[in-house]
Design a protein around this ligand. Structure first.
Ligand code: MIC
Ligand code: SF4
Length: 642
């Protein structure tokens, strides 16, 4: 039987386990990336491991999230990351150099290699045929130390792209269509592998847009073949030597299949407040727009920006619209500056932001109250923009630029002929904002600002786990709900005690107080609990508040791994109807917790208040059982090394 692309790379990197969907495997990691808002924690954990130098082929630390610097916290964290990077052999991408995923694709991606990143959009590099996976900081720290990455072998779902995109329809519309069909939980436990004639007509940055937003499907990762188009891209980046051809075997098998006819697609948008709430732009009507934001790791490539520039050239942004644009990298921004497109954007009235995440993570540019904001980004979760009442629509750069001119949501096909933008034959290469590590780091002193506080470490699992249901939430709760990250909170990513005061407050402002008053307890959730970001802060903040377990109908992949790494027990209801059998403040008890966890499968948790036993499942590998018993991955690793 032939292998698909994902299986080929996994097979090459397999350390343990069997490539059978659903069973635990461990893979060798070639490259890691971190960004600053998860990086501080990842490096603190790496330091705690006591390994003198990273053992990967390449590790890169990016600064792209916390760049607002409203107080000293962000700059302090940047200093910490820069010095820690130098000490341990990590490349350092300075603030201003660009968004981690865009820069990594341009300068470091290598087809066929594995990449583990402490950011959920790490799969962006799947656009060039890497097996690129997002994970919590602790898992990335382990990989930097040369340890393998453990994951459940996903199913591989083939998406066959047929035909060709019509004018004004773009890669963003392809992934929005897949989100419409599969929903935000449709990709959980799957790798999405793209094949078919239609792939050939997509450039690497377009493929990267699609792979990037595969994160919104909940997928483990997404991957495209490494073909002549990938080779051209690497040649234009001066890195043809990094190219290898990587295609699925002709007789490759897949667990699931889906066909997308590119010819049939039209401009789409994801309406508030979920990336899968997708509708055709033309069917929504001309709603008034207050803000348009263009950029993010999804849509900030050179070609995206050039399309926007040519739509805006000679026009003026509508008087009621604030248009902000953040080119994805210094490479993109410099090229726009050199060819005059930047002048066209500025002349039209665009407000140019630095090459960073910016408004995508609510670091500035919060929309006005009740505003409609069109964004070329990947997430429109409620409140993520920094304005709880804002209505965020996710769109392509084409829809964004057209609407910025008209002031209403606009199907760009109304503008006439679509701009023709070619991929450059050569990108402008200047890596002067990437600082390579010195050959020896022993002399480097790591600088720690006062914002860096010790992170909570759990204790080994007691025999009886007891506590109240501290909160009960519905389906699709995001990590932005669990650990909000706006401009006011993002600077405190290395200060868990402070962050914990805001844990789950978008759902219930009283949650932190209730958790502390009760000495911790349980969280009760619906389907897809913890979707979205990879931030392990969404596990560490509950841990700080004494949370011992989460009972949910189902979990998102990265969040579940982060809970386990923190020693918090993730439990799913055997009978989903039992979700209704728990009310807030009910007293719950897990007797013989250690034995129950060890024997695996079904466990009984008693609702003392209601006098009922509830059956829950813990789907843990033997290794994960060990981690929960030890009270988290750090304790577990210490015990293993004893
Ligand atoms: C996001 O898009 O939500 C983030 C901010 O990039 C996160 C990482 C973080 O919370 O720091 C992610 O996607 O993992
Ligand atoms: Fe940054 Fe937004 Fe991409 Fe997250 S999704 S890495 S915040 S640009």
């Amino acid at each position: 039987m032939g292998l698909n692309l994902a299986q080929k790379i996994i097979k090459e990197h397999l350390v343990s386990g069997e490539m059978k969907a659903g069973s635990e495997i461990a893979i060798r990691i070639d490259q890691t990336l971190t960004q600053d808002s998860t990086g501080t924690m990842a490096y603190l954990q790496f330091e705690a491991m006591g390994i003198p130098r990273v053992r990967t082929k390449r590790s890169v630390a990016y600064i792209d999230h916390n760049t607002l610097q409203a107080g000293p916290e962000n700059a302090d964290d940047h200093k910490y990351i820069q010095t820690v990077a130098a000490k341990y052999g990590i490349y350092f991408s300075r603030p201003g150099n660009g968004i981690c995923h865009q820069v990594h694709l341009e300068r470091f991606s290598v087809p066929g290699m594995t990449l583990l990143g402490s950011d959920s959009h790490t799969p962006t590099c799947g656009g060039i045929g890497m097996l690129a996976i997002g994970a919590g900081g602790l898992d990335v720290a382990v990989a930097m130390g040369g340890g393998p990455y453990y994951l459940t072998m996903p199913k591989v779902c083939r998406v066959e792209l047929k035909g060709r995109l019509q004018p004004w329809v773009s890669a963003k519309d392809i992934i929005l269509e897949i989100l419409r069909r599969l929903t935000v939980k449709g990709g959980v436990g799957k790798i999405i592998e793209y094949t078919g004639e239609g792939v050939k007509s997509l450039s690497v940055p377009e493929r990267a847009t699609i792979a990037n937003m595969g994160a919104e499907l909940g997928a483990t990762t997404s991957i495209f073949p490494s073909d002549e188009v990938a080779r051209e891209f690497l040649r234009a980046q001066g890195r043809e030597h990094d190219w290898v051809e990587l295609l699925p075997d002709p007789d490759a098998e897949y667990d699931e299949e889906m066909v997308i006819d590119l010819d049939m697609l039209e401009p789409l948008t994801a309406k508030p407040h979920s990336p899968d709430n997708v509708e055709k732009v033309k069917d929504i009507g001309k709603i008034k727009v207050d803000q348009v934001a263009i950029g993010s790791c999804t849509n900030s490539s050179y070609v995206d920006m050039m399309k926007v520039a040519s739509i805006l050239k000679g026009k003026t942004v509508h008087p009621n619209v604030s248009l902000v644009i953040a080119p994805g990298s210094k490479q993109v921004l410099t090229m726009l500056a050199q060819n005059g497109a930047l002048a066209d954007l500025v002349a039209a009235g665009a407000r140019i932001l630095e090459s960073a995440c910016g408004p995508c993570i609510g670091m500035g540019q919060a929309p006005a109250s009740n505003a409609v904001s069109l964004r070329t980004f990947n997430r429109n979760f409620e409140g993520r923009s920094g304005t709880p009442s804002a209505k965020v629509y996710l769109v392509s750069p084409e829809v964004a630029a057209a609407s910025a001119i008209t002031g209403v949501l606009t199907d760009p096909r109304e503008l006439g002929e679509a701009p023709k933008v070619e991929m450059p034959e050569k990108f402008l290469i200047n890596d002067n904002m990437i600082v390579p590590p010195p050959p020896e780091g022993t002399e480097v002193e790591v600088v720690r600002g006062p914002n860096i506080k010790p992170f909570p470490v759990n204790r080994s699992l007691p025999d009886t786990v007891r506590g109240k249901a501290l909160i009960k939430v519905g389906d699709n709760i995001t990590t932005d709900h669990i650990m909000p990250s706006n401009a006011k909170l993002l600077p405190f990513r290395s200060n868990i005690p402070y962050l914990a005061e805001f844990c789950l407050t978008p759902c219930d402002p009283e949650f932190p107080r209730r958790a502390k008053e009760n000495g911790g307890g349980f969280i009760v959730g619906g389907f897809n609990y913890g979707q979205g970001s990879s931030r392990e802060h969404a596990a560490l903040a509950p841990l700080q508040l004494g949370v011992k377990g989460v009972l949910a109908k189902s979990f998102a992949r990265i969040h579940m791994a982060n809970l386990i790494n923190s020693g918090i027990i993730p439990m799913t209801f055997v009978d989903e109807a039992d979700y209704d059998m728990i009310d807030m403040e009910d007293e719950l008890v897990l007797e013989n917790a250690r034995e129950q966890i060890k024997s695996g499968g079904t466990m009984i948790i008693r609702n003392v208040t209601k006098g009922r036993d509830i059956k829950v499942k813990v789907s843990l590998s033997d290794r994960q059982v060990g981690i929960i018993l030890a009270g988290g991955l750090l304790n577990y690793t210490k015990m293993q090394n004893r």
